[in-house]
Design a protein around this ligand. Structure first.
Ligand code: SRM
Ligand code: SF4
Length: 596
């Protein structure tokens, strides 16, 4: 689909309605045309097909096995036990499982066309929503996962909710299509616990959207809030990041970063990952207005003719950070802005296991392999486990940016009960895992993702099974090393700032990036243009052995790599790409793996 046509589809959509309602009412259609799929994303759903079945069905001259992925969004990953149970129930309308996402959302895959409305309807009636979970709008706003009970954590969570509210798209299309028009303060919305997004969704005014206009944003827009030194939300990978500045225990204001983003296309030099850069600092009262000034700057200056270059990271590059800042400040008349404060992070990891919240209660962060909540044979019974916890402990639940699950507000008297439920379902605490395993993540990829070029979620656990013994042998069980994988260069698994990032380029072939940082504040560079899945552990071992030999006392992998393998210069576009990468070409001659 050409870039301009997406703009045309949005413009002609009549508040994101298009022909979706008619096409869903037409039971003869197994799927919807591409233009409806473009619009459907704004409603939180993607049309997909089961790629495991594609070749066989094609051979048998059958239509693709069409279905829909539905993404629920909740600012900061917060979800109640009741909402969890509704999602658990909805798994039966999907593939029998759900996927925690690395933006703290939940995805249901494999929902059939006839069931989509019921699923979205039920998600909304749970008090969450799918509105704007995808599409060219502000996506789910991420926030620190740990439920620490202090003024700073309370404020960051409040900010994620304020941002979500401000940037919800406004049109009654959502309510008309999925909620049978329920939008005037229906009974179920009176529950004070209900996420305010839903109220806004169901009471959306008619007419032109006050922020997004008729063509919405040029591209998706991602926002996260982080509390130093924890970078669990991966701040620098976001279009826009917020970090509170604390004075006497209270938040005085926020430093704002802009222009991060990871998507790129193999070999296309105009595309590449960027880390966010500091923009400015504003007092707390002005943070959401400042965000609107940033979002509308992107709305008005973003590239609307070339979708591959439409993310805000390219707008910031084109305007220059100073030019971008000047435009944002111009849009904030009467609001004082200040230079950004210095930021320092130590890790993107979750703090797994049991912790005190600061109010006498406990929270438990449970490792969930690749975020997949399923009851698969021979594996932890995650779905049954969390269902039982939601039913019997009834605690608030939090999806973390590393696709783990936090059980919050646990009375210390219930700790043993929770542990017993975890054990009963084979969900073990992460104490015996390598530190690298605890944080390793892969994007979804096959069989549902239409863009994947290789396996990812289904490949990384097996690869980590081979890397773990190497880490143990080299005495690196507790070493903070970040492994991430994606099935294509779009970068959903955030591979480009990992210590080791594997980016799918063809079945079982991965471009291997090395040299990001577990702090999330440095980009990796391309080391091998194509490595077979089975060769990854050997390539990793070479780096780990060199690290072991050359490291200084207390030096972590990321710092060793920076000291010994980089010039300290920011990576150039060529360093991310396969066909044109000088560095890769050099390496290809010297030590490219058997994949070549
Ligand atoms: Fe993503 C598209 C899955 C986080 C960059 N992403 C997709 C789609 C919807 C494929 C599609 O367009 O047909 C994937 C659905 C697969 C499936 O079957 O479920 C998909 N992305 C995911 C998730 C589920 C991966 C995960 O392991 O959790 C994450 C959902 C987050 C959420 O709840 O909203 C997810 N995607 C990300 C991230 C990381 C982040 O947001 O922190 C990135 C990199 C950061 C960024 O956006 O720059 C990311 N996804 C992309 C891109 C490339 C965007 C670009 O600028 O070029 C695409 C493709 C696109 O938009 O054209 C994409
Ligand atoms: Fe799909 Fe590529 Fe994103 Fe993985 S990185 S989920 S393969 S779009």
């Amino acid at each position: 689909m050409s870039k301009a046509s997406v703009e045309d589809i949005k413009l002609a959509s009549n508040g994101l309605r298009g022909q979706i309602a008619e096409q869903f009412a037409d039971t003869a259609l197994t799927h919807v045309p591409d233009d409806s799929n473009v619009l459907l994303k704004f409603h939180g759903s993607y049309q997909q097909d089961d790629r495991d079945q594609r070749a066989e069905r094609n051979k048998a001259k059958l239509d693709k096995a069409w279905s829909f992925m539905i993404r629920s969004k909740m600012p900061g990953g917060r979800i109640s036990s009741e909402q969890w149970l509704i999602h658990d129930e909805l798994c039966t309308k999907a593939m029998g499982n759900m996927r925690l996402t690395n933006r703290q959302g939940i995805q249901l895959h494999g929902v059939l066309k006839g069931g989509l409305k019921e699923v979205i309807h039920n998600v909304c009636h749970s008090g969450l929503s799918t509105m704007g979970a995808c599409g060219d709008v502000v996506r789910n706003t991420m926030g620190p996962a740990a439920p620490i009970k202090d003024a700073v954590h309370a404020d960051t969570q409040k900010l994620t909710e304020e941002i979500s509210q401000r940037f919800l798209w406004r049109s009654s299309a959502y309510a008309d299509m999925w909620l049978d028009g329920e939008k005037i303060d229906p009974e179920w919305i009176k529950d004070p616990e209900v996420n305010p997004d839903v109220r806004a969704a169901t009471t959306a005014p008619e007419g032109e959207d006050p922020i997004y206009g008729q063509v919405y944003l040029p591209r998706k827009f991602k926002i996260a809030v982080a509390i130093q030194p924890c970078n669990d939300v991966d701040l620098y990978s976001q279009d826009c990041g917020f970090v509170p500045h604390v004075v006497n225990g209270e938040v005085e204001g926020y430093t704002i970063t802009v222009g991060g983003g990871f998507g790129m296309s193999h070999g296309q030099l105009s595309t590449r990952p960027f880390l966010g850069q500091p923009l400015l600092y504003v007092k707390r009262a002005h943070v959401v207005d400042a965000t609107e000034a940033i979002v509308t700057t992107q709305r008005d200056h973003g590239n609307r003719t070339e979708r591959k270059n439409a993310r805000m990271k390219y707008t910031v590059q084109t305007m220059g950070i100073d030019g971008f800042r000047a435009e944002v400040v111009r849009r904030l008349p009467g609001i004082e802005t200040f230079p950004a404060k210095e930021l320092k992070f130590d890790s993107v990891e979750d703090t797994l296991g049991w912790h005190e919240q600061g109010d006498g209660q406990l929270y438990c962060a449970v490792f969930v392999s690749m975020g997949r909540i399923a009851d698969a044979d021979g594996k932890p019974q995650y779905r049954a486990c969390f269902r039982e916890i939601a039913e019997s402990v009834k605690c608030p639940i939090i999806v973390t940016p590393n696709t783990n699950l936090i059980l919050a507000d646990i009375d210390p008297a219930d700790k043993a009960k929770v542990d017993a439920i975890l054990t009963k379902h084979g969900v073990v605490h992460s104490d015996d895992m390598t530190r690298a395993r605890k944080v390793a993540h892969a994007c979804v990829a096959l069989p549902t993702c239409g863009l994947s070029l290789s396996e990812s979620e289904r490949a990384l656990p097996g690869i980590m099974d081979k890397i773990d013994p190497i880490l143990r042998e080299l005495g690196m069980v507790e070493e903070p090393i970040l492994f991430r994988m994606t099935g294509c260069p779009n970068g959903c698994g955030r591979p480009y700032n990992a210590d080791f990032g594997f980016v799918g380029r063809a079945p079982n072939k991965y471009a291997m990036f090395v040299g990001g940082s577990v702090r999330g504040d440095r980009l990796a560079g391309l080391e091998f243009k194509s490595v077979l899945g089975e060769d990854i552990p050997t390539r990793v071992r070479e780096f780990l052995e060199a690290f072991k030999t050359e490291r200084k006392d207390g030096e972590i992998f990321a710092d060793w790599f920076a000291r010994t393998r980089t010039t300290g210069e920011a990576p150039q576009p060529e360093q991310f790409h396969i066909e044109l990468a000088e560095r890769a070409a050099k390496l290809a001659g010297e030590k490219v793996s058997a994949a070549e």
